[in-house]
Design a protein around this ligand. Sequence first.
Ligand SMILES: Cc1cc2nc3c(=O)[nH]c(=O)nc-3n(C[C@H](O)[C@H](O)[C@H](O)COP(=O)(O)OP(=O)(O)OC[C@H]3O[C@@H](n4cnc5c(N)ncnc54)[C@H](O)[C@@H]3O)c2cc1C
Length: 302
Amino acid sequence: MNLFNKLIAATLPAVPKPIVGYFSSPYIAGDTIEDAIRAARDLQSRGMMTTLDVLGENITRKQEATAYAEQYLQVLDAIKAENLDANVSLKPTQMGLKLDKDFCLQTIRSIAAKAKEYHNFVRIDMEDITCTDDTFWLYEELKKDMPVGTVMQAYLRRSDSDLDKLIPLNANLRLCKGIYVEPYSASYKDREIIRRNYLQLLERMLESKCYVGIGTHDEYLIWGAYKLIKQMSIPKDQYEFQMLLGVQEELRKIIIDDGHRLRVYVPFGAEWFAYSVRRLKENPQIAGYVVQSIIKGYFGKS
Ligand SMILES: Cc1cc2nc3c(=O)[nH]c(=O)nc-3n(C[C@H](O)[C@H](O)[C@H](O)COP(=O)(O)OP(=O)(O)OC[C@H]3O[C@@H](n4cnc5c(N)ncnc54)[C@H](O)[C@@H]3O)c2cc1C
């Protein structure tokens, strides 16, 4: 499968944009805020919360960060106007982390301040390992007076000791496996070790009363999370499940029907093409998932 995934990923940039768009469409809400709001409204009508993500990362000029921040303010306005159970997720490198840390902090602060005014919330996504220390720094700074949370990646060897520092802050954390390709020295590669680390981190977060976004489509982890929630009598308002738009929709429905809260990550924006191609190239396994689900969908219908 690996070679197949790599081949798909390598040929993607040569595929015409409308074709990539067709294949990416289940995973991306569209180009505009209206598209994202429509998707959020639809998901909410089916019992789900959402987090809206304006696609973009690794900007090279501060004006780009300011323009993205402006879009996030509009998203927060739209969420309020539509009375949606939705928050926002953003990326530090989209807000200028690699250009100027203090500028990045102030830019995210301007978004978080609006979220605070609206009793809403900002999730700071976690990017590759060159961003980890700075992202936790941003989180700690903003957490002092703003409604923010961040993300922990179970594939990183360092996550257990990072959690030692985050627990005393009563952190609000999304837990995921991690999507970037990191060196072996920094990250576990074995699927079973990553799963076990995920569940151990989750247990520590739940027992220390952190609010947790359980971000996974891996049924083994969802099963493990169910067991922990039951054994530890965790109240429903201390956690939520989280999934990406267009992924494992059947499992998503099972989780909701079981009475748990679930939030869908809804990416949208003009940068969808660059984002899709980069993501698929970065992690060929995802290209494999996409093609598998297309084949499944095609043969499922015929
Ligand atoms: C809400 C949310 C937010 C996230 N935020 C971050 C973040 O801030 N930083 C970060 O590094 N990572 C983030 N991730 C990605 C995460 O780290 C994983 O790479 C991703 O979720 C796949 O891991 P998994 O736990 O779903 O398990 P896997 O074993 O990878 O997936 C389980 C099954 O889900 C399906 N699947 C998983 N991903 C996809 C996909 N993209 N498209 C189609 N099918 C798929 C496949 O059928 C697969 O067999 C986020 C994930 C979620 C759900």
